[in-house]
Design a protein around this ligand. Structure first.
Ligand SMILES: Cc1ncc(C[n+]2csc(CCOP(=O)(O)OP(=O)(O)O)c2C)c(N)n1
Length: 355
């Protein structure tokens, strides 16, 4: 029987994040390798779209128009976009409470999410889900759910179904470092490894679970060790380096499609806003250090990609300004239309109830 690759780590190897967890490091431009300008521009635009959509949602929360909790992913855009760059519409991805970026990176409609956060009938979940229950099966996004780690076993099941279909598709679970503290993640890793299920576990390790720093919750800050414990091949990557995320996850995904088995990507990143809501400085219960946030802003994934492209000479500040302005116009148009969109009719309330 073929077993998932075991990375053969030296038992003395350091199992902490080291410099990857230090915001003063990894804040320089990134290596663009041989990626074309066309490709990089498309991915940069994807990241900017996520950021602008969330900035607009933040304003709508402040205005009191968005009634559902909104967990913003600003600062973490490169992970969603980098993974999505390697996916196809027939893959089966699942998100969590912080999944605006996953949905948008995979091609989810801006209008669909704008309508959804306002609870409109035209939203991607028909206005029944709000920010934390996004759904777009046509692009391979099978849904986000705010029960922490709740979708991880669903992605394993979807990966098993994809394996049985035999077309090389995979399941994907996007979740946070806090979710790794749910037992079901470990059960899922174990089952996926034992049955050689093609499911990609993607952990955005932003070093916080609500208000709690990972150092208060775990003996080390590196969560890929949970994959190693289950003999699942893993990589820990700078989650704010778009090209590194595309490359590292692409290598794993390509081989999972050929030889079905699970894999695990730990992307190190940082959210700029509070755990929930639009504010930068506060978190649930605790104040985060503004100095730390400032340092992490130096590792801004959008800026680092743009600066690297400026340095290479195939993209300029005015190109970036034009790109940002076009995205802002697109999102603003969707925001206006969302306010005018119809509310769900009362008779639709029970339509999606399974009985
Ligand atoms: C089973 C369960 N327990 C607790 C919560 C409350 N809760 C919502 S988000 C969250 C933190 C999750 O942290 P992490 O998985 O690291 O994701 P992040 O918010 O950092 O993106 C918690 C504890 C919940 N929604 N579900």
């Amino acid at each position: 029987m073929t077993r998932s690759t075991w990375p053969n780590r030296d038992k003395n190897e350091v199992t902490t994040l080291g410099d990857l967890g230090n915001p003063e490091k990894f804040n320089t431009p990134i290596a663009l390798q041989n990626y074309s300008t066309t490709t990089l521009k498309a991915r940069l635009e994807d990241m900017i779209r996520i950021r602008v959509v969330e900035e607009v949602i933040a304003d709508m929360v402040r205005a009191g128009d968005v009634k559902c909790p909104a967990h913003l992913t600003i600062g973490q855009e490169a992970t969603a976009v980098g993974i999505a760059a390697n996916l196809r519409k027939t893959d089966r991805a699942f998100g969590c409470h912080r999944s605006h970026g996953h949905y948008l990176a995979m091609g989810g409609s801006v209008q669909g999410i704008m309508d959804e956060v306002l609870g409109k009938a035209t939203g991607c979940s028909k206005g029944m889900g709000g920010s934390m229950h996004l759904f777009a099966q046509d692009i391979g996004f099978y849904g986000s759910v705010p029960i922490v780690a709740g979708t991880v076993p669903l992605a394993v099941g979807a990966g098993l179904a994809a394996k049985k279909d035999g077309k090389g598709d995979i399941g994907i679970a996007f979740f946070g470092d806090g979710a790794c503290e749910e037992g079901v993640v470990h059960e899922s890793l174990n089952m996926a490894a034992t049955l050689d299920i093609p499911v990609l576990f993607v952990v955005e390790n932003n070093l916080f679970s609500s208000h709690m720093d990972i150092h208060l919750r775990q003996p080390t800050d590196r969560v890929a060790r949970f994959a190693e414990a289950n003999h699942v091949e893993s990589v820990t990557v700078d989650g704010n380096d778009l090209v590194a995320v595309i490359e590292e996850s692409g290598r794993l995904i390509e081989s999972m499609r050929r030889d079905p088995r699970p894999a695990f990507v730990e992307a190190i990143t940082y959210r700029w806003r509070g755990h929930v809501g639009p504010n930068e400085d506060i978190d649930v219960g605790l104040r985060r250090s503004m100095d730390e946030l400032k340092a992490w802003k130096g590792r801004d994934p959008v800026n680092r990609l743009a600066l690297s492209m400026f340095e290479r000479g195939d993209f300029t500040q005015s190109d970036l300004d034009a790109m940002t302005a076009a995205v802002r116009a697109e999102v603003e148009d969707a925001r206006k239309k969302a306010y005018d969109a119809p509310w769900p009719e009362e008779k639709t309330l029970l339509e999606a109830v399974y009985a």
